[in-house]
Design a protein around this ligand. Structure first.
Ligand code: FES
Length: 168
């Protein structure tokens, strides 16, 4: 097996910083670009989260405080400052979905993935979260996986969706 030396690690780390810089510098240094920059940084991270280094780079670029950037990540449920799975499954827990059985859907997913809400599978493939209304109440109960909506959920559908993602 090939060993990875310090030089190699340094080159990899440098490449990562350069690609993050590319993302950030695409945006004009104005505050209203904060949310799109954070989304793009998070999407570019295979672990679906925003690192402390990202926050520092963004706050420098936009000339706003670390606390302001960090605060927004904490406030906005689509963003995370903790490593998560490749697939973020967000189950709608708002009234319409709730009446039609979103709790049951959450239980099915917890048992299928063997994790609780807010947890990530040990293979780092799936993270389970609750979400506010996803705007598709007509096909309740609903969940979103990364950016794709799934509705009219039932046990069979959930098993198929998870199986497909596992085999991707
Ligand atoms: S209440 Fe679930 S999508 Fe609207």
């Amino acid at each position: 097996m090939q060993r990875i030396g310090f030089k190699h690690i340094f080159i990899l780390a440098n490449k990562k910083i350069m690609s993050k810089n590319k993302i950030i510098e695409k945006y004009k240094p104005v505050k209203h670009n904060l949310l799109p920059i954070l989304h793009e940084l998070q999407d570019s991270n295979p672990q679906n989260y925003i690192t402390e280094d990202d926050v520092i780079m963004v706050s420098k670029h936009l000339n706003i405080s670390f606390a302001e950037v960090y605060g927004l990540i904490g406030y906005y449920s689509m963003l995370s400052n903790k490593p998560r799975g490749k697939y973020i499954i967000r189950i709608c827990n708002s009234p319409v979905c709730n009446m039609i059985g979103s709790e049951n859907i959450a239980e099915l997913l917890c048992s299928e993935l063997n994790i609780g809400i807010g947890e990530t599978t040990t293979d780092k493939l799936f993270t389970l979260e609750y979400s506010e209304c996803l705007g598709h109440c007509d096909i309740a109960p609903v969940m979103i996986i990364n950016k794709e909506i799934f509705g009219n959920l039932n046990k069979q559908k959930i098993e198929e969706i998870i199986e497909n993602l596992r085999n991707k």
